[in-house]
Design a protein around this ligand. Structure first.
Ligand code: PSU
Ligand code: MN
Length: 327
């Protein structure tokens, strides 16, 4: 039996989609590629730090042995892989929209620009034949979702898109247990990277367990390849990578920020897609730099790990990769 992944036809460039040359070359050569979202740059990290951080994230993917493909929509064109000028635009334009999957077609038709979320980045990565994606935190089930119905589109898209997402879990502003229950219902496997605990973004341990644990990038890559070979379902995989315990945000500060942040949303009547950006802004303004420090560290660690996983997926899927498949 061949271990080769079903070869996705690489998305040809068109008037709607441009695949960056470096990304296309890497895909053609069977080199690992890691998709990166642009919403964390445009709406999750403060300007002007975001420009430098964007470059560091791409460098972390390269350090892991793969090629980065940051995804965004610019003037109605989907870009899979951005050059420095385009990254700067995403990081600087105050009017750049936040685009979930449902918004991408609208933005292309109307010639708009926008940053892509976990949901839209996963969907576009999959179209381009990219199997691994790095982000900071996943969107999830919001507290009070049984009243507000606020469940991130990230979950539904991961359930139907065979891309592995490396993240530091979800923030505790969300209903963490409800998010994990939903991932179970949607048949999305959750792997802890060298941990039995689902991370809570700023915190190394959210208090919830993970169903599976892997010890290496190679083990995570094996999961991707084995699921493809079995062909049982088309869901993605969540690989949860915690901050080391000594790098997490102080728990007291964390609990205060979460309580104040949730009260602020209530007071300001913030809802829909503005919730996450408003909370992140509040944390960055009120933590004396701690939330930004932790956020940057976890994104860089996730990008590095994703680079390693994508390189292993490429190796296992390439010539001679079969013999390494079983442990
Ligand atoms: N979590 C973070 N930072 C972020 C996001 C999530 O710590 O910037 C972004 C991601 O792009 C994610 C999106 O896909 O927020 C989820 O938004 P919503 O809850 O509106 O679906
Ligand atoms: Mn929402």
């Amino acid at each position: 039996m061949s271990a080769h992944l079903p070869h996705l036809p690489h998305l040809p460039s068109s008037d709607l989609v441009v695949v960056h040359e470096d990304v296309r070359d890497a895909l053609d050569a069977g080199v690992g590629v890691v998709a990166l979202e642009s919403t964390i740059l445009a709406h999750g990290l403060p300007h002007p730090d975001n420009i430098e951080i964007a470059a560091q994230i791409e460098d972390a993917v390269r350090a892991g042995g793969s090629v980065p493909a940051t995804i965004a929509v610019l003037d109605g064109v989907v870009h899979i892989g951005l050059g420095a000028t385009e990254v700067e635009r995403v990081c600087t334009d105050p009017d750049i929209a936040k685009l979930s999957v449902r918004d991408v077609g609208v933005a292309t038709a109307l010639g708009r620009s926008g940053a892509t979320t976990v949901a839209s980045t996963s969907a576009l990565a999959n179209l381009a034949g990219i199997r691994v994606f790095a982000t900071g935190g996943l969107g999830g089930v919001h507290r009070g979702a049984s009243e507000t119905f606020d469940v991130s589109a990230d979950l539904g898209v991961i359930a139907s898109t065979p891309v592995l997402v490396v993240c530091a879990g979800v923030k505790s502003i969300l209903d963490v247990a409800g998010t994990l229950e939903t991932l179970e219902t949607l048949s999305v496997p959750v792997l802890g990277y060298r941990t039995d605990a689902f991370p809570g973004f700023y915190l190394s341990d959210s208090g919830q367990p993970v169903p599976w644990r892997v010890e290496s990038a190679e083990e995570a890559a094996r999961v991707v390849v084995a699921r493809d070979r079995l062909g049982t379902d088309a869901a993605g995989v969540v690989l949860a990578n915690p901050l080391p315990a000594d790098r997490q945000v102080d728990r007291e500060l964390h609990d205060r920020l979460v309580a104040e942040g949730l009260a602020l949303l209530e007071r300001e009547g913030v809802h829909g897609k503005d919730v996450t950006p408003r909370l992140l802004e509040f944390f960055h303004d009120n933590s004396g730099g701690e939330s930004l420090r932790a956020n940057v560290e976890l994104v860089l660690a996730n990008a590095r790990l994703a680079g390693e996983v994508a390189a292993e997926v490429a190796r296992l899927s390439g010539p001679g990769g079969d013999r390494d498949l079983q442990a």
